[in-house]
Design a binder for this molecule. Sequence first.
Ligand code: NAD
Ligand code: SIN
Length: 482
Amino acid sequence: MTHCIDGEWFVGTGSLRQSSGPWQSRTLWEGREPDAELIAMAMRSARSAQQEWAALEREARIEVLRSFARVLERESEAMSQCISEETGKPLWESRTEVSAAIAKIDISIQAEQERCRQFSEGNLGLTHRPHGTMVVLGPYNFPLHLPNGHIVPALLAGNAVVFKPSEKTPATAHLTMQLWLQAGLPKGVLNLIQGGRETAQCLLDASPDGVLFTGSSLAGKAIHRHFAGRPECVLALEMGGNNALIVGSEFEPEVQLWHIIRSAFISAGQRCTCARRLIVVDTPEARALIARLLETVPKLSVGHWQQQPQPFMGPLIDQAAAQTVLTQQQKLHALGATMLTPCRVSSENAALLSPGIVDITSLSGEFDEEVFGPLLQLQWVPNIEEAVARANASDFGLAAGLLSDKESEQRYFSQHIRAGVIAINAATAGASSRLPFGGIGASGNHRPSAYYAADYSAWPQARSQGPLSSEQQPIIPEGVKV
Ligand code: NAD
Ligand code: SIN
């Protein structure tokens, strides 16, 4: 069974989809796309369940969310294995995703309390109200944690959700839905619709009250255009980046080497916060650091999610994703990039790429694309000012980092860098759930997620209240002619 509506499972009648993960060892999930009637049913069911859900005391909703955290904790190993098998991430990494998803519940409760303050003081009051039915569209790279980053705050605020996960990770979404039902979430409050882009578009056409999206900039912009002239629909668009990591003129080489590797290659480069560009202030120390990087990167372990000892990184989500990275690498080569240690496909698996580094210092044209894989573009610059200018020379503005112990460089970077998530002497990837998470430019629409997800999950209602009408003073001052 494929789609979950009102706590019941339904098969679709559209085209057949399968998921078997990058290793293709077995079929993990199989199902048919929904037809228009099933999508309409999911929206109707959510709309009708939402009213009762929103009418519950906040504490009752919290109890269900905490119950989900307990169920997820109990099933954490099954969930980690499911994520690893479906995405190819090493097991150590999927386990961190599951832990983050469990921790998300309490963080979301705390965030809502802080961001959506309720009060009643004298004649003034403030409360927050849910929008209604939200469509959540998820990406494949964190198939549990990122959709839940929208779903949990939306449910907490009293919304219902229709969730369409990435078509590349349906098995993880199926298991997630089962766990929500086991946690006692009332029927219809969360419905699951599986499918691809056309299915997502049908959901957009079903007049949701909000669309909470994490994915590529291309898709986010298409969603934004779809709702042009419809301000009544809340859009939270968490999109991609072309993130720069700067190496300044003073640093501790061994520590910074590992920050670079983690920033560029964790999750095989499939994190939105991964560093795509390494902009290095040209010093003898930096030349030595890059030489060490070029020695170390080809030795990084790349392999199967169950391999022991565990590999640093696995394959890309599929062969098509690997081909896209190789095509982008080819494009850089044609523009004049020097192939220092290029990404190569493994003979073991066509989705498995070795980590690559190319030098783009003398590129003859523009290249401002997100490379969603393990390819790092190196660029030499004379000073920090030029480094920050190059970092900002992008339509995107998601993440950026600086590796430098020099206070003046840290200050200059913090003041001038245009990115929503910045890291100083830390990896760009591995953002905290305790902070807002979002980008500017082509990376987001100024509705950051993570700690600020509470903001887009509810709308504020301001109240002023006079005394009983029998106690009212005349409203028009004496002496004014009406
Ligand atoms: P994607 O944009 O291809 O798909 C994301 C979701 O949107 C999927 O559910 C997909 O079916 C749906 N979709 C695709 N095209 C659509 C359209 N035209 N209209 C409506 N829905 C559409 O993204 P992906 O390949 O799954 O994920 C990788 C991308 O996500 C990268 O660009 C990465 O940077 C980005 N990402 C961003 C964040 C963030 O928080 N900013 C986090 C993780 C990933
Ligand atoms: C992501 O959302 O893709 C990555 C988050 C992070 O690890 O910084």
